[in-house]
Ligand binder design. Structure first.
Ligand code: SD4
Length: 294
């Protein structure tokens, strides 16, 4: 039995459709997730992941990505990488070719080039236009971006996959738009943005990374399932804990999602409706989760 999950309506659909195609072509689960995320990163029309995504306050796109293998807890991640895409493929290379979990910034870029990745300009006419607009009216433009997230154009793609008892989790993002250069969110952090353990299940997070990281959202949700909670219960417990200890997260979009051994899934969010793509067979379906009660 195979189940794939992918976050957010527009980028999640690009990712899950590519992942399904790779699955049908016979690829292993990690490649399925990697290629799904890569497709979203390489699509310049998606303004918040990979090529053409919204840059930091210097006008530079900085990418974060991570992948984790539930079989043996191997993981690879990169953060704050400039000018190379897709970051998820660099993350997988970190896992495969080094003894480390994460490489950062300029040295991650250097590693990627050593591995044969080509540097490229990740700014497109559209994200230059948005950046210039933000620079000219920072407060207004920032508000509009926050509105865009609320309208479900969410950015980070977090994918969870289950195949015959084996889990893989992956994430790719350019982080928050207009972030401080060098800022890293939850997405590439194992335990915060993703976690996978074949003993239990997998979980991921998306939304305001500082809150999700402080709350260790993904690890907490997996550990909830280890204690016997369903994925939905584990996500709700995680989000309630985050809200209890970090009340400001109620007013931000914070999401945790989880996938259990029986293929059941769940998600819990604050502030707004969260769209999640789910595929088992046939066409992927979009599920919408209401924010937890205040
Ligand atoms: C971050 N968690 O960098 C990411 C952003 C995100 O939907 O998930 N946006 O904080």
């Amino acid at each position: 039995m195979t189940t794939l999950l992918s976050t957010w309506e527009a980028p999640g659909e690009v990712a899950i459709r590519e992942a399904i195609a790779r699955y049908k072509a016979g690829h292993d689960l990690m490649t399925v997730i990697e290629e799904g995320l890569s497709a979203a990163e390489l699509d310049p029309s998606l303004v918040a992941i990979g090529l053409g995504s919204l840059p930091n306050s210097d006008g530079e796109v900085e990418l974060d990505a991570a992948i984790m293998d539930g079989r043996d807890l191997r993981a690879g991640a990169v953060c704050a990488v400039r000018g190379i895409c897709p970051a998820i493929k660099i993350a997988r290379k970190v896992m495969q070719k080094t003894k480390h979990v994460m490489l950062a910034g300029e040295q991650a870029r250097r590693f990627a080039i050593e591995q044969g990745f080509q540097p490229q300009n990740l700014m497109t006419a559209e994200n230059i236009r948005r950046y210039n607009e933000w620079r000219s009216r920072p407060e207004e433009a920032e508000k509009r971006y926050v509105h865009a997230v609320e309208e479900h154009h969410g950015d980070t793609v977090t994918m969870l996959g289950l195949q015959d008892g084996h889990f893989v989790a992956g994430s790719a993002t350019s982080g928050l738009a207009w972030k401080k250069p060098g800022r890293v969110g939850d997405s590439p952090i194992i335990g915060a943005g993703i976690y996978a353990d074949d003993e239990v299940g997998a979980a991921g997070a998306t939304g305001y990374g500082e809150e999700l990281w402080k709350g260790m959202a993904s690890f907490r949700a997996v550990e909830g399932m280890r204690r016997g909670l369903t994925p939905q219960e584990a996500c709700e417990e995680t989000m309630r804990q985050i809200v209890r200890r970090q009340p400001a997260s109620l007013d931000m979009m914070c999401v945790v999602l989880a996938l259990g051994k029986d293929g059941s899934f769940g998600a819990a969010c604050t502030n707004d409706v969260f769209p999640l793509w789910v595929w088992r067979d046939g066409e992927p379906t979009l599920h919408r989760f209401e924010p937890i009660a205040r």
